[in-house]
Design a protein around this ligand. Structure first.
Ligand SMILES: [Zn+2]
Length: 421
């Protein structure tokens, strides 16, 4: 790293994404980390995200959403320290219909102008299958390959852009993490000296956060919002259970039944209060009934999708039991590169909050250890140089088409940009 910073030209990192907020979730910490290490950074959003949701109707309408999200994108980039940010004028939701040659050309032009050392974009999985992500990832990958050749887009050369081939290409990657929000939150609640009651803002934010965290595979919970009619037993005393509940609206009574059948109401819970955490933490059956007083809506975090065979009552088998912890190993096309961004989680959260129309949430409401665990690592698949180049520096393992010195230099350089200490 030292060597790179000392060079007369600051190293450059370019991120190309589809929508405002992709930059933060895919590479927010990595961008902030590279800025801190003296890199020049540029982020492109191909669209202004005008087809997105409007989760805070006070800040945007359907007509103004594109403009508002564009401003949010610049604000988020500012939080990450990214100096160069640009929104292209493609339509949100239609990137797969854009002329691939034209889209590639637009990115080639940006690469030739900004002249990055490293390019980051989406891989063929589009993070979670979003067609816009897949389209922009494919176009950027093509642009990476073509920007260095004067055979491609010669009209740009006539306009003064010189060919430029960046050294490295990474695809953003979201490994499947088995971590359970329900488990982390339950331990946090159980360790708290006073009973937690979330504000209205917290109660609104947690479902959004839980859905986002599971979509991006930071966590494995099955997230649902369930409605319980008045009088229904949401949980039953003595049954096994691994679900965690947050009351979104309505009230519940917590009722304990003694051995002789006497029922005592222990507490009334309302919006913003959790229940179910003790059975998770102590891995014991439910200590009491929780009964809906009037109609109740709850956010339910479960360790797995509901089973058609899950019985109720004390004799039910523990069908909700969670899976083991840790990352699920999945095959990737290139070398998987984890980037430790734990030091930059605060900046990443500030950037998430800058996307207010999408995440009207204050993440400082959640336990900091949980956020570290969810957001403290970012992952990339190194597409270029391909993995084989690195392994071929060991003589005799692979045939070397290039001279050993050349290969060693390329491989060493390959290690630098993203493996910042
Ligand atoms: Zn997106």
């Amino acid at each position: 790293m030292q060597n790179l910073v000392k060079r007369h030209r600051q190293p450059r990192l370019l991120g190309v994404f589809a929508h405002p907020d992709d930059e933060t979730f895919c590479a927010g910490g990595t961008l902030a980390k590279h800025v801190a290490a003296g890199w020049q950074t540029m982020v492109i959003s191909a669209t202004s995200g005008q087809a997105g949701q409007i989760r805070d109707p006070l800040v945007a309408t359907r007509r103004t959403l594109g403009q508002v999200r564009e401003r949010e994108f610049y604000a988020a980039c500012q939080q990450l320290g990214v100096r160069h940010a640009r929104v292209l004028d493609y339509m949100d939701g239609t990137l797969q219909d854009a002329d691939p040659h034209e889209l590639t050309g637009a990115i080639v032009k940006i690469i030739r102008a900004f002249r990055p050392d490293v390019v980051i974009t989406f891989g063929p999985d589009g993070a979670y299958g979003h067609p816009d992500h897949i389209a922009i990832g494919a176009a950027t990958t093509r642009a990476f390959e073509r920007a260095g050749s004067s055979r491609h887009f010669p009209d740009q050369l006539a306009a003064g852009h010189r060919p430029h081939r960046p050294a490295q290409l990474y695809h953003s990657y979201f490994p499947h993490n088995r971590l359970l929000l329900s488990d982390r939150l339950a331990h946090w609640l159980a360790a708290s000296a006073t009973r937690f009651q979330g504000t209205a803002e917290f109660t609104r934010a947690l479902p959004l956060f839980a859905v986002e965290a599971t979509t991006l595979r930071y966590a494995s919970d099955h997230v649902d919002v369930e409605w319980y009619p008045s009088g229904s037993h949401i949980v039953e005393q003595n049954e096994p259970g691994a679900k965690l509940y947050l009351i979104l609206s309505g009230y519940t009574d917590v009722i304990e039944e003694d051995a002789d059948g006497t029922r005592r109401t222990l507490a009334r819970l309302g919006p913003g209060e959790f229940f179910g955490e003790l059975a998770i933490v102590h891995q014991q059956p439910r200590a009491a009934d929780v009964v809906a007083v009037g109609d109740v809506t709850c956010l339910v975090l479960a360790p797995g999708a509901p089973s058609a065979f899950a019985g109720r009552g004390a004799d039910a088998r523990l069908l909700e039991a969670g899976t083991g912890e840790g990352m699920v190993e999945e095959p990737t096309v290139g070398a998987l590169v984890p980037v430790d961004v734990s030091y930059y989680v605060g900046q990443k959260i500030a950037a998430v909050a800058a996307h207010r129309t999408q995440y009207p949430i204050a993440l400082d409401m959640l336990p900091p250890e949980l956020l570290q665990e969810l957001l403290g690592q970012e992952y990339f698949v190194r597409v270029h140089p391909p993995h084989v180049l690195e392994t071929s520096i060991w003589p005799g393992v692979f045939d070397q088409r290039k001279s050993p010195r050349r290969v060693a230099r390329t491989a060493k350089r390959a290690d630098m940009p993203i493996s910042l200490a």
